[in-house]
Design a protein around this ligand. Structure first.
Ligand code: SF4
Length: 376
């Protein structure tokens, strides 16, 4: 039997502070007791054992997300890499850790590399102190300045930088300055997300009370277009709505998600997709540590996949989509598709569909329209 590639995601929930726009499950704690790390590690390993019984797939990618995984003691990451690498059929090609500049330590990085870490995704968001203040993020000028050098010195050359576009007050000159700085730092991958005001975040409260301004859609849109042009001219290919990479540096892990491959999610609040079922762990650290975290089933994995495949910039097969959505939902999609095609947001040709340039620039709105239509 040919085993399909699958991903493993590990959620490490602690952050130094809670960013204003963040709606991930993260806990603001500068210092985490060693005892908590030990208990968390034990639960992760236990959960991996349970979820990998009768596994129908081969792990090719492992991703440590958060939270701020670079805050975790390296042995946790090392132990998880070792355990995943020992799963039947495992062929780990990509092992990624999310990081913030402030918590990246040279010594830890060298150790992590020796354990098998081969990719780091750094949350930069901006290098402007004013913009970072709006986003409610920490800013330590020295750690930003040294971040790429630390990675290179540790022998890690596959690294990505995340930026946020559309923040009020963010000028295009600053965006270009940030991108140029990242390119000089030899990043191989850039994620340029648009600022979204999520419900129940500190940013939403600040905007509602008038303490902060809201970003303008036009600013967001223009910045997206200019970033795409800028990175294109410098050899980066846009392979997803918000993601750009040099040749051979596309994130394998993200593509597994977007291509509807299975994944095991470990840790508090983590999602899994195994044997056609999507589940989520409960969002409570205490419950997770006590082992009483029940799995909550999440709805409509096929729509999630569809949205994921639309986000990819390449052509997607309509036949595969039909198999996935079933007859009725597929018809629903074709009905909306005519309108979307007329508005030049998607293109359908030779049994394939893909987003147009205009669709890419309006991706969030477009995906929402499709999700709403299919979910009804
Ligand atoms: S560092 Fe990331 S996960 Fe942590 S609070 Fe900020 S946005 Fe959320």
């Amino acid at each position: 039997m040919i085993l399909q590639a699958l991903g493993v995601y590990v959620h490490l929930p602690f952050c130094d502070v809670k960013c204003a726009y963040c709606d991930f499950y993260s806990i603001a704690r500068r210092h985490v007791d060693e005892d908590v790390w030990q208990r968390y590690r034990a639960r992760l390993l236990q959960e991996l054992k349970e979820k990998s019984e009768n596994l129908q797939g081969k792990p090719v990618s492992l991703f440590f997300g958060g939270g701020t995984p670079s805050k975790a003691p390296p042995y946790i990451i090392g132990d998880l890499i070792e355990a995943v690498a020992k799963l039947p059929g495992a062929q780990l090609k990509e092992v990624t850790m999310e990081a913030n500049p402030e918590s990246l330590q040279s010594q830890n990085l060298k150790q992590l590399k020796s354990y098998g870490l081969n990719r780091v995704s750094v949350g930069i968001q901006s290098t402007s102190a004013e913009i970072l203040k709006y986003l409610g993020r920490l800013y330590n000028e020295k750690s930003y300045r040294e971040v790429f050098e630390k990675l290179q010195n540790a022998g890690i050359h596959n690294y990505s930088a995340d930026f946020i576009l559309g923040t009020p007050g963010l000028k295009m000159e600053q965006v270009f300055k940030d991108l140029n700085w990242a390119l000089q730092g030899q990043v191989k991958h850039i994620s340029a997300y648009t600022l979204t005001v999520e419900p129940d975040t500190m940013l939403e409260a600040a905007i509602k009370s008038g303490r902060q301004r809201k970003s303008s859609d036009r600013r967001l849109w223009l910045q997206q277009i200019k970033v795409a042009e800028f990175l294109h001219e410098r050899g980066f290919k846009q392979y997803e709505v918000s993601n750009y990479a040099l040749k051979n540096y596309q994130s394998l892990h993200n593509q597994l998600y977007w291509k509807y491959r299975q994944y095991i999610g470990l840790g508090v609040s983590a999602h899994s997709f195994l044997n056609g079922k999507r589940t989520a762990n409960v969002k409570s650290l205490e419950k997770y540590l006590n082992g009483t975290a029940s799995l909550v089933e999440t709805a409509k994995p096929e729509i999630d996949f569809f949205i994921g495949s639309l986000r990819l910039t390449g052509k997607q097969s309509l036949l595969q989509l039909k198999r996935l959505l079933g007859e009725q939902k597929y018809k629903d999609f074709l009905n909306i598709a005519q309108d979307l095609q007329r508005r030049n947001l998607i293109q359908i040709q030779n049994l394939h569909f893909q987003m147009t340039e205009k669709g890419l620039m309006n991706a969030d709105q477009l995906l929402k329209e499709i999700t709403d239509a299919l979910a009804s």
